[in-house]
Design a protein around this ligand. Structure first.
Ligand code: 5GP
Length: 121
């Protein structure tokens, strides 16, 4: 089990979901919110988060169910189609300290708009 277990309601993405801090919306439905990363690492850098409280991918797969998991991934694909990323893209989710996770609310990065190169520089 990863070291992130208890959800922290004070994390920055929880604040974004509560509209306590602004974000640049890309997509929203009842279960998912997507917005632009504040420090983009590529011309397209979108963060996709579930509205439910999950700390990480690890937590999501452990505590969620197949229907919600499938729906979340289908929504990521919907956003990719919406953004017309026909030349390719990269999906990343960082988990825990060693994975480089900064914000303890599950998020997938969608990166695109340039040749992305190696995963770990
Ligand atoms: P992690 O390292 O946890 O996988 O990624 C967290 C991401 O959240 C980083 O790419 C960082 O730039 C982004 N981020 C951190 N704070 C904010 C914020 O207040 N607004 C937005 N839009 N992105 C943020």
């Amino acid at each position: 089990m990863i070291d992130i277990i208890n959800y922290d309601d004070g994390n920055i993405f929880a604040k974004i979901l509560r509209n306590e801090i602004p974000s640049e919306k890309v997509y929203e439905d009842n279960n998912v919110y997507a917005f632009k990363d504040i420090r983009p690492q590529a011309p397209v850098h979108i963060l996709v988060i579930p509205k439910q409280k999950f700390c990480s991918f690890d937590d999501f797969v452990t505590r969620s169910n197949d229907k919600i998991i499938a729906s979340f991934f289908k929504t990521i694909k919907k956003i990719i189609d919406q953004e017309n990323l026909i030349d390719g893209y990269r999906l990343i989710t960082n988990i825990g300290k060693r994975g480089g996770q900064e914000v303890p609310h599950l998020h997938f990065h969608i990166l695109s708009g340039k040749l992305l190169g190696k995963i770990v520089p």
